[in-house]
Design a binder for this molecule. Structure first.
Ligand code: FAD
Length: 442
Protein backbone atom coordinates (compact mmCIF):
# COMPACT_ATOMS: atom_id res chain seq x y z
CA UNK A 1 0.00 0.00 0.00
CA UNK A 2 1.19 3.48 -0.82
CA UNK A 3 1.01 6.29 1.72
CA UNK A 4 1.64 10.02 1.97
CA UNK A 5 3.64 11.70 4.74
CA UNK A 6 2.36 15.26 4.93
CA UNK A 7 5.07 17.31 6.66
CA UNK A 8 4.09 20.53 8.42
CA UNK A 9 6.11 21.50 11.46
CA UNK A 10 8.04 18.25 11.80
CA UNK A 11 10.84 18.85 9.33
CA UNK A 12 13.16 16.04 10.35
CA UNK A 13 13.89 12.46 9.40
CA UNK A 14 14.84 11.00 12.81
CA UNK A 15 12.54 10.49 15.79
CA UNK A 16 9.54 11.13 13.56
CA UNK A 17 6.78 8.62 14.47
CA UNK A 18 4.37 9.85 11.77
CA UNK A 19 7.01 9.32 9.09
CA UNK A 20 7.79 5.84 10.43
CA UNK A 21 4.06 5.02 10.44
CA UNK A 22 3.78 6.14 6.81
CA UNK A 23 6.80 4.05 5.76
CA UNK A 24 5.38 1.05 7.61
CA UNK A 25 2.34 1.24 5.29
CA UNK A 26 4.52 1.00 2.19
CA UNK A 27 6.21 3.28 -0.36
CA UNK A 28 5.70 6.85 0.80
CA UNK A 29 5.22 10.20 -0.90
CA UNK A 30 6.80 12.85 1.34
CA UNK A 31 4.79 16.04 0.80
CA UNK A 32 4.86 19.64 1.90
CA UNK A 33 2.14 22.12 0.92
CA UNK A 34 2.95 25.83 0.86
CA UNK A 35 -0.36 27.04 2.24
CA UNK A 36 -1.12 30.71 1.44
CA UNK A 37 -3.08 30.93 4.70
CA UNK A 38 0.21 30.52 6.58
CA UNK A 39 2.70 31.76 3.98
CA UNK A 40 1.10 35.12 3.22
CA UNK A 41 1.06 36.52 6.78
CA UNK A 42 4.59 35.23 7.55
CA UNK A 43 7.42 37.75 7.39
CA UNK A 44 10.58 37.23 5.32
CA UNK A 45 12.50 35.63 8.20
CA UNK A 46 9.94 32.87 8.78
CA UNK A 47 9.52 32.27 5.04
CA UNK A 48 13.26 32.12 4.39
CA UNK A 49 13.84 29.85 7.36
CA UNK A 50 11.08 27.47 6.28
CA UNK A 51 12.50 27.23 2.77
CA UNK A 52 16.00 26.59 4.17
CA UNK A 53 14.62 23.94 6.50
CA UNK A 54 12.80 22.19 3.64
CA UNK A 55 15.96 22.25 1.54
CA UNK A 56 17.85 20.68 4.44
CA UNK A 57 15.16 18.01 4.87
CA UNK A 58 15.47 17.13 1.21
CA UNK A 59 19.02 15.88 1.85
CA UNK A 60 17.43 12.87 3.61
CA UNK A 61 13.84 12.79 2.39
CA UNK A 62 12.84 13.61 -1.23
CA UNK A 63 9.98 15.96 -0.33
CA UNK A 64 7.61 16.99 -3.13
CA UNK A 65 6.29 20.52 -2.69
CA UNK A 66 2.87 21.80 -3.77
CA UNK A 67 1.31 25.20 -3.34
CA UNK A 68 -2.32 26.02 -2.51
CA UNK A 69 -5.11 25.02 -0.19
CA UNK A 70 -4.15 21.73 1.49
CA UNK A 71 -7.76 20.54 1.30
CA UNK A 72 -7.31 20.24 -2.47
CA UNK A 73 -3.59 19.65 -2.76
CA UNK A 74 -3.26 16.79 -0.27
CA UNK A 75 -6.18 14.92 -1.84
CA UNK A 76 -4.79 15.44 -5.35
CA UNK A 77 -1.36 14.21 -4.26
CA UNK A 78 -2.80 11.13 -2.53
CA UNK A 79 -4.85 10.31 -5.63
CA UNK A 80 -1.91 10.77 -8.01
CA UNK A 81 0.20 8.18 -6.19
CA UNK A 82 -2.79 5.95 -5.34
CA UNK A 83 -2.27 6.33 -1.59
CA UNK A 84 -4.68 4.74 0.89
CA UNK A 85 -3.41 6.70 3.88
CA UNK A 86 -2.04 10.18 4.65
CA UNK A 87 0.09 10.46 7.79
CA UNK A 88 0.55 13.57 9.89
CA UNK A 89 1.73 14.64 13.33
CA UNK A 90 -1.36 16.09 15.01
CA UNK A 91 -1.68 19.88 15.03
CA UNK A 92 -3.43 21.38 18.06
CA UNK A 93 -3.50 25.04 17.03
CA UNK A 94 -6.80 26.72 16.09
CA UNK A 95 -6.00 27.00 12.36
CA UNK A 96 -4.31 23.59 12.15
CA UNK A 97 -7.20 21.75 13.77
CA UNK A 98 -9.74 23.28 11.43
CA UNK A 99 -7.56 22.67 8.38
CA UNK A 100 -6.88 19.06 9.34
CA UNK A 101 -10.56 18.37 9.94
CA UNK A 102 -11.36 19.72 6.46
CA UNK A 103 -8.55 17.70 4.86
CA UNK A 104 -9.68 14.60 6.75
CA UNK A 105 -13.23 14.98 5.39
CA UNK A 106 -12.00 15.53 1.82
CA UNK A 107 -9.70 12.50 2.07
CA UNK A 108 -12.51 10.37 3.50
CA UNK A 109 -14.69 11.35 0.55
CA UNK A 110 -11.87 10.11 -1.69
CA UNK A 111 -11.53 6.84 0.28
CA UNK A 112 -8.23 7.80 1.93
CA UNK A 113 -7.57 7.69 5.67
CA UNK A 114 -5.90 10.54 7.60
CA UNK A 115 -3.68 9.05 10.34
CA UNK A 116 -2.42 11.21 13.22
CA UNK A 117 0.67 9.96 15.02
CA UNK A 118 2.41 11.97 17.72
CA UNK A 119 2.52 15.79 17.90
CA UNK A 120 5.12 18.55 18.18
CA UNK A 121 4.99 18.26 21.99
CA UNK A 122 6.48 15.98 24.63
CA UNK A 123 2.97 15.51 26.00
CA UNK A 124 0.21 16.43 23.57
CA UNK A 125 -2.43 18.97 24.62
CA UNK A 126 -5.47 17.64 26.48
CA UNK A 127 -3.52 14.82 28.14
CA UNK A 128 -2.40 16.43 31.40
CA UNK A 129 -5.43 16.83 33.67
CA UNK A 130 -6.01 17.53 37.36
CA UNK A 131 -7.73 15.18 39.84
CA UNK A 132 -11.15 16.29 38.54
CA UNK A 133 -10.12 15.48 34.95
CA UNK A 134 -9.97 19.21 34.16
CA UNK A 135 -7.13 20.96 32.33
CA UNK A 136 -4.76 23.07 34.40
CA UNK A 137 -4.98 26.85 34.28
CA UNK A 138 -1.80 27.50 36.27
CA UNK A 139 1.68 26.41 35.28
CA UNK A 140 3.22 25.00 38.47
CA UNK A 141 0.70 22.19 39.10
CA UNK A 142 0.61 21.51 35.34
CA UNK A 143 4.37 21.15 35.29
CA UNK A 144 4.31 18.67 38.19
CA UNK A 145 1.57 16.56 36.59
CA UNK A 146 3.33 16.84 33.21
CA UNK A 147 6.53 15.39 34.72
CA UNK A 148 4.53 12.57 36.32
CA UNK A 149 2.66 11.88 33.07
CA UNK A 150 5.97 11.41 31.26
CA UNK A 151 6.66 11.04 27.56
CA UNK A 152 7.71 8.41 25.07
CA UNK A 153 11.31 7.52 24.30
CA UNK A 154 12.54 8.91 20.96
CA UNK A 155 11.39 6.95 17.92
CA UNK A 156 14.07 5.42 15.73
CA UNK A 157 16.08 6.76 12.84
CA UNK A 158 14.92 6.81 9.23
CA UNK A 159 15.15 3.22 7.91
CA UNK A 160 17.85 2.80 5.27
CA UNK A 161 15.45 0.81 3.05
CA UNK A 162 12.77 3.56 2.96
CA UNK A 163 10.94 3.52 -0.38
CA UNK A 164 9.83 6.86 -1.76
CA UNK A 165 7.22 8.00 -4.25
CA UNK A 166 7.35 11.30 -6.16
CA UNK A 167 4.81 13.60 -7.79
CA UNK A 168 5.09 14.23 -11.53
CA UNK A 169 4.97 18.00 -11.08
CA UNK A 170 5.93 20.01 -8.04
CA UNK A 171 6.64 23.68 -7.43
CA UNK A 172 10.15 25.03 -6.90
CA UNK A 173 10.88 26.30 -3.44
CA UNK A 174 10.86 30.10 -3.72
CA UNK A 175 13.99 32.12 -3.01
CA UNK A 176 13.05 34.57 -0.29
CA UNK A 177 14.77 37.92 -0.30
CA UNK A 178 15.82 39.06 3.17
CA UNK A 179 15.90 42.72 4.20
CA UNK A 180 19.42 44.10 4.33
CA UNK A 181 21.22 43.19 7.54
CA UNK A 182 18.89 40.33 8.51
CA UNK A 183 20.89 37.19 9.23
CA UNK A 184 19.12 33.98 10.11
CA UNK A 185 20.41 30.98 12.04
CA UNK A 186 21.20 27.83 10.09
CA UNK A 187 18.11 25.71 9.48
CA UNK A 188 17.61 21.96 9.39
CA UNK A 189 17.85 18.79 11.41
CA UNK A 190 21.65 18.59 11.36
CA UNK A 191 21.92 22.21 12.52
CA UNK A 192 19.40 21.47 15.29
CA UNK A 193 21.37 18.50 16.55
CA UNK A 194 24.64 20.46 16.38
CA UNK A 195 23.05 23.35 18.31
CA UNK A 196 21.75 20.96 20.95
CA UNK A 197 25.15 19.24 21.36
CA UNK A 198 26.86 22.63 21.44
CA UNK A 199 24.55 23.71 24.27
CA UNK A 200 25.43 20.60 26.33
CA UNK A 201 28.60 22.39 27.56
CA UNK A 202 26.53 25.36 28.76
CA UNK A 203 23.64 23.38 30.28
CA UNK A 204 25.09 23.27 33.80
CA UNK A 205 25.14 27.09 33.90
CA UNK A 206 21.76 27.52 32.22
CA UNK A 207 19.84 28.32 35.39
CA UNK A 208 22.00 31.42 36.00
CA UNK A 209 23.08 32.44 32.53
CA UNK A 210 19.67 32.26 30.85
CA UNK A 211 18.71 35.68 32.22
CA UNK A 212 21.69 37.54 30.82
CA UNK A 213 21.10 38.65 27.24
CA UNK A 214 24.72 39.70 26.78
CA UNK A 215 26.04 36.13 27.05
CA UNK A 216 25.07 33.03 25.05
CA UNK A 217 23.39 31.47 28.08
CA UNK A 218 20.27 29.99 26.45
CA UNK A 219 20.07 27.12 24.01
CA UNK A 220 18.78 28.92 20.89
CA UNK A 221 16.68 25.81 20.19
CA UNK A 222 13.33 27.60 19.79
CA UNK A 223 13.34 27.83 15.99
CA UNK A 224 14.49 24.22 15.71
CA UNK A 225 11.67 23.16 18.03
CA UNK A 226 9.15 25.37 16.27
CA UNK A 227 9.81 23.71 12.92
CA UNK A 228 10.25 20.24 14.41
CA UNK A 229 13.84 19.90 13.25
CA UNK A 230 14.32 18.22 16.61
CA UNK A 231 11.59 16.86 18.87
CA UNK A 232 11.37 17.75 22.59
CA UNK A 233 11.36 13.97 23.24
CA UNK A 234 14.94 13.79 21.97
CA UNK A 235 15.93 16.71 24.18
CA UNK A 236 14.20 15.33 27.27
CA UNK A 237 15.79 11.91 26.75
CA UNK A 238 19.22 13.57 26.66
CA UNK A 239 18.44 15.57 29.79
CA UNK A 240 17.60 12.34 31.62
CA UNK A 241 16.29 12.44 35.18
CA UNK A 242 16.98 15.25 37.63
CA UNK A 243 20.68 16.10 37.68
CA UNK A 244 21.36 19.61 38.82
CA UNK A 245 19.68 22.96 38.45
CA UNK A 246 20.60 23.56 34.80
CA UNK A 247 18.90 20.46 33.36
CA UNK A 248 15.96 20.79 35.79
CA UNK A 249 15.31 24.40 34.75
CA UNK A 250 15.66 23.49 31.09
CA UNK A 251 13.07 20.73 31.50
CA UNK A 252 10.74 23.30 33.07
CA UNK A 253 11.10 25.54 30.01
CA UNK A 254 10.07 22.64 27.78
CA UNK A 255 7.08 22.20 30.10
CA UNK A 256 6.12 25.87 29.52
CA UNK A 257 6.03 25.14 25.79
CA UNK A 258 3.67 22.19 26.34
CA UNK A 259 1.61 24.17 28.86
CA UNK A 260 0.92 27.04 26.48
CA UNK A 261 -0.01 24.59 23.70
CA UNK A 262 -2.46 23.00 26.13
CA UNK A 263 -3.90 26.38 27.18
CA UNK A 264 -4.36 27.44 23.57
CA UNK A 265 -6.02 24.11 22.80
CA UNK A 266 -8.47 24.61 25.68
CA UNK A 267 -9.03 28.28 24.85
CA UNK A 268 -8.48 28.83 21.10
CA UNK A 269 -10.01 32.31 21.51
CA UNK A 270 -6.96 33.31 23.59
CA UNK A 271 -4.94 33.58 20.37
CA UNK A 272 -6.75 36.87 19.76
CA UNK A 273 -8.75 37.77 22.86
CA UNK A 274 -7.85 38.37 26.49
CA UNK A 275 -7.45 35.11 28.42
CA UNK A 276 -8.77 37.06 31.41
CA UNK A 277 -11.74 38.82 29.83
CA UNK A 278 -11.80 41.69 32.36
CA UNK A 279 -8.68 43.09 30.67
CA UNK A 280 -10.67 43.79 27.51
CA UNK A 281 -12.40 46.65 29.30
CA UNK A 282 -9.16 48.37 30.32
CA UNK A 283 -8.45 51.70 28.66
CA UNK A 284 -5.78 51.42 25.96
CA UNK A 285 -4.32 54.00 23.59
CA UNK A 286 -4.69 53.86 19.83
CA UNK A 287 -1.40 52.71 18.39
CA UNK A 288 0.33 55.49 16.50
CA UNK A 289 3.82 56.92 16.17
CA UNK A 290 4.87 55.36 19.49
CA UNK A 291 4.15 51.87 18.17
CA UNK A 292 6.30 52.63 15.11
CA UNK A 293 9.13 53.88 17.33
CA UNK A 294 8.88 50.67 19.36
CA UNK A 295 8.92 48.50 16.24
CA UNK A 296 11.93 50.31 14.81
CA UNK A 297 13.95 50.38 18.05
CA UNK A 298 13.99 54.14 18.59
CA UNK A 299 12.07 54.63 21.82
CA UNK A 300 15.06 56.27 23.51
CA UNK A 301 15.16 53.44 26.09
CA UNK A 302 18.40 51.64 25.20
CA UNK A 303 17.51 48.15 26.44
CA UNK A 304 14.11 48.27 24.69
CA UNK A 305 15.66 49.49 21.44
CA UNK A 306 18.37 46.82 21.65
CA UNK A 307 15.72 44.09 21.91
CA UNK A 308 13.64 45.45 19.04
CA UNK A 309 16.69 45.82 16.82
CA UNK A 310 17.84 42.27 17.63
CA UNK A 311 14.42 41.06 16.44
CA UNK A 312 14.77 42.84 13.09
CA UNK A 313 18.40 41.77 12.63
CA UNK A 314 18.15 38.09 13.58
CA UNK A 315 14.49 36.99 13.80
CA UNK A 316 15.12 36.02 17.45
CA UNK A 317 15.06 37.88 20.76
CA UNK A 318 16.35 36.81 24.15
CA UNK A 319 13.53 35.85 26.55
CA UNK A 320 14.40 38.58 29.07
CA UNK A 321 14.12 41.11 26.27
CA UNK A 322 10.83 39.70 25.03
CA UNK A 323 9.45 40.41 28.49
CA UNK A 324 11.00 43.88 28.73
CA UNK A 325 9.86 45.09 25.31
CA UNK A 326 6.39 43.56 25.73
CA UNK A 327 5.95 45.20 29.11
CA UNK A 328 7.09 48.51 27.66
CA UNK A 329 4.55 48.38 24.85
CA UNK A 330 1.63 47.44 27.07
CA UNK A 331 2.40 49.32 30.30
CA UNK A 332 4.45 52.33 29.17
CA UNK A 333 2.79 52.94 25.81
CA UNK A 334 -0.63 51.49 26.81
CA UNK A 335 -0.95 49.65 23.52
CA UNK A 336 -2.91 46.37 23.46
CA UNK A 337 -0.75 43.23 23.46
CA UNK A 338 -2.16 41.98 20.17
CA UNK A 339 -0.29 44.70 18.22
CA UNK A 340 3.02 43.60 19.68
CA UNK A 341 2.24 39.91 19.30
CA UNK A 342 1.47 40.45 15.60
CA UNK A 343 4.79 42.23 15.06
CA UNK A 344 6.62 39.41 16.86
CA UNK A 345 4.86 36.72 14.80
CA UNK A 346 5.80 38.56 11.64
CA UNK A 347 9.52 38.62 12.41
CA UNK A 348 10.28 35.75 14.80
CA UNK A 349 11.76 32.66 13.18
CA UNK A 350 10.46 30.71 16.19
CA UNK A 351 7.09 32.52 16.04
CA UNK A 352 4.69 30.07 17.65
CA UNK A 353 1.10 31.06 18.25
CA UNK A 354 0.77 29.38 21.66
CA UNK A 355 4.10 30.52 23.17
CA UNK A 356 3.94 33.96 21.62
CA UNK A 357 0.35 34.92 22.40
CA UNK A 358 0.62 33.57 25.93
CA UNK A 359 4.06 35.10 26.47
CA UNK A 360 2.43 38.40 25.58
CA UNK A 361 -0.65 37.81 27.71
CA UNK A 362 1.57 36.83 30.64
CA UNK A 363 3.50 40.08 30.34
CA UNK A 364 0.33 42.11 29.82
CA UNK A 365 -1.07 40.62 33.03
CA UNK A 366 -4.06 39.11 31.23
CA UNK A 367 -2.84 35.53 30.82
CA UNK A 368 -2.45 32.39 32.91
CA UNK A 369 -0.12 32.81 35.90
CA UNK A 370 -0.16 36.48 34.96
CA UNK A 371 2.73 38.46 36.30
CA UNK A 372 0.83 40.77 38.66
CA UNK A 373 -0.19 43.82 36.66
CA UNK A 374 1.17 46.18 39.31
CA UNK A 375 4.68 44.80 38.76
CA UNK A 376 5.70 47.16 35.97
CA UNK A 377 9.16 46.53 34.56
CA UNK A 378 11.41 49.57 34.78
CA UNK A 379 13.33 49.21 31.50
CA UNK A 380 16.39 51.06 32.76
CA UNK A 381 16.80 49.05 35.95
CA UNK A 382 16.06 45.82 34.03
CA UNK A 383 18.93 46.76 31.73
CA UNK A 384 21.28 47.56 34.60
CA UNK A 385 20.42 44.31 36.38
CA UNK A 386 20.53 41.86 33.48
CA UNK A 387 23.00 43.59 31.17
CA UNK A 388 25.31 45.12 33.78
CA UNK A 389 28.24 45.83 31.45
CA UNK A 390 25.79 46.95 28.72
CA UNK A 391 27.32 44.40 26.33
CA UNK A 392 23.93 43.63 24.85
CA UNK A 393 22.98 47.30 24.46
CA UNK A 394 26.30 48.12 22.80
CA UNK A 395 25.91 45.16 20.42
CA UNK A 396 22.47 46.20 19.15
CA UNK A 397 22.56 49.97 19.65
CA UNK A 398 26.15 50.55 18.51
CA UNK A 399 25.85 54.34 18.60
CA UNK A 400 25.84 53.99 22.42
CA UNK A 401 29.08 51.98 22.53
CA UNK A 402 31.19 54.93 23.67
CA UNK A 403 28.80 56.97 25.81
CA UNK A 404 29.44 57.25 29.56
CA UNK A 405 26.23 55.43 30.57
CA UNK A 406 24.71 53.33 27.79
CA UNK A 407 21.75 52.46 30.06
CA UNK A 408 20.72 56.08 30.47
CA UNK A 409 22.71 58.34 28.15
CA UNK A 410 22.85 62.01 29.04
CA UNK A 411 21.03 64.52 26.82
CA UNK A 412 24.41 65.72 25.53
CA UNK A 413 25.49 62.19 24.65
CA UNK A 414 22.18 61.51 22.91
CA UNK A 415 22.60 64.66 20.83
CA UNK A 416 26.20 63.85 20.03
CA UNK A 417 25.58 60.28 18.80
CA UNK A 418 22.13 60.92 17.32
CA UNK A 419 20.19 58.72 19.75
CA UNK A 420 16.59 59.81 20.52
CA UNK A 421 15.32 61.20 23.81
CA UNK A 422 12.96 58.84 25.70
CA UNK A 423 9.52 58.93 24.06
CA UNK A 424 7.78 58.70 27.45
CA UNK A 425 8.47 59.35 31.10
CA UNK A 426 8.55 55.86 32.60
CA UNK A 427 7.49 56.87 36.13
CA UNK A 428 4.52 58.86 34.83
CA UNK A 429 3.39 56.03 32.51
CA UNK A 430 3.80 53.50 35.29
CA UNK A 431 1.37 55.49 37.44
CA UNK A 432 -0.97 55.83 34.46
CA UNK A 433 -0.90 52.05 33.88
CA UNK A 434 -1.69 51.38 37.53
CA UNK A 435 -4.59 53.87 37.48
CA UNK A 436 -6.05 52.17 34.43
CA UNK A 437 -5.68 48.81 36.15
CA UNK A 438 -7.41 50.09 39.31
CA UNK A 439 -10.37 51.08 37.13
CA UNK A 440 -10.96 47.50 35.92
CA UNK A 441 -10.22 45.93 39.30
CA UNK A 442 -13.13 47.66 41.00
P1 FAD B 1 15.86 28.55 26.15
O1 FAD B 1 15.93 29.39 27.36
O2 FAD B 1 17.08 27.80 25.78
O3 FAD B 1 14.63 27.56 26.36
C1 FAD B 1 14.57 26.25 25.81
C2 FAD B 1 13.26 26.04 25.12
O4 FAD B 1 12.20 26.05 26.05
C3 FAD B 1 12.93 27.13 24.10
O5 FAD B 1 13.56 26.88 22.87
C4 FAD B 1 11.41 27.03 24.04
O6 FAD B 1 11.00 25.99 23.19
C5 FAD B 1 11.04 26.65 25.46
N1 FAD B 1 10.69 27.85 26.22
C6 FAD B 1 11.51 28.61 26.97
N2 FAD B 1 10.83 29.61 27.57
C7 FAD B 1 9.55 29.47 27.19
C8 FAD B 1 8.35 30.19 27.47
N3 FAD B 1 8.33 31.24 28.31
N4 FAD B 1 7.22 29.79 26.88
C9 FAD B 1 7.20 28.72 26.05
N5 FAD B 1 8.30 28.00 25.75
C10 FAD B 1 9.45 28.37 26.32
N6 FAD B 1 8.88 31.11 22.38
C11 FAD B 1 8.71 30.53 21.18
O7 FAD B 1 9.19 29.42 20.96
N7 FAD B 1 8.01 31.16 20.18
C12 FAD B 1 7.47 32.40 20.35
O8 FAD B 1 6.82 32.93 19.43
C13 FAD B 1 7.65 33.04 21.61
N8 FAD B 1 7.17 34.30 21.83
C14 FAD B 1 7.34 34.88 23.07
C15 FAD B 1 6.80 36.16 23.29
C16 FAD B 1 6.94 36.77 24.53
C17 FAD B 1 6.35 38.15 24.76
C18 FAD B 1 7.63 36.10 25.56
C19 FAD B 1 7.79 36.75 26.91
C20 FAD B 1 8.16 34.84 25.36
C21 FAD B 1 8.03 34.21 24.11
N9 FAD B 1 8.58 32.93 23.86
C22 FAD B 1 8.38 32.35 22.63
C23 FAD B 1 9.26 32.18 24.92
C24 FAD B 1 10.79 32.37 25.00
O9 FAD B 1 11.11 33.74 24.97
C25 FAD B 1 11.54 31.67 23.85
O10 FAD B 1 11.13 30.33 23.75
C26 FAD B 1 13.04 31.69 24.10
O11 FAD B 1 13.51 33.01 24.21
C27 FAD B 1 13.75 30.98 22.95
O12 FAD B 1 15.14 31.03 23.09
P2 FAD B 1 15.96 29.73 23.50
O13 FAD B 1 15.62 28.58 22.64
O14 FAD B 1 17.39 30.13 23.57
O15 FAD B 1 15.37 29.48 24.97
Amino acid sequence: MTSVMWFRRDLRSADNPALLAALADGPTLPLFVLDPALWDPAGPSRRAYLVASLRALRRDVPVSVLQGDPVRRVVEAAQEVGATSVHIAADFGPHGRERDAAVEQALRDAGVELVRTSSPYAVAPDRVKNGSAQPYKVFTPFSKAWGEHGWRAPAGALPSDARWRHLKETVDLPDVELPEGLELPEAGEAAAIDAWHDFADRLADYDEARNLPGVPGTSRMSHHLKWGEIHPRTILADLGGPRGKGPATYRTEIAWRDFYADVLFQRPDSARDYYRPEFASMQYDDPGADLDAWKEGRTGFPIVDAGMRQLLATGWVHNRLRMIVASFLVKDLHVEWQHGARHFMHWLVDGDLASNQHGWQWTAGSGTDASPYFRVFNPTSQGRKFDPAADYIKRWVPELADVADPHEPSADDRDRVGYPAPIVDHQAERREALDRYEAIKS
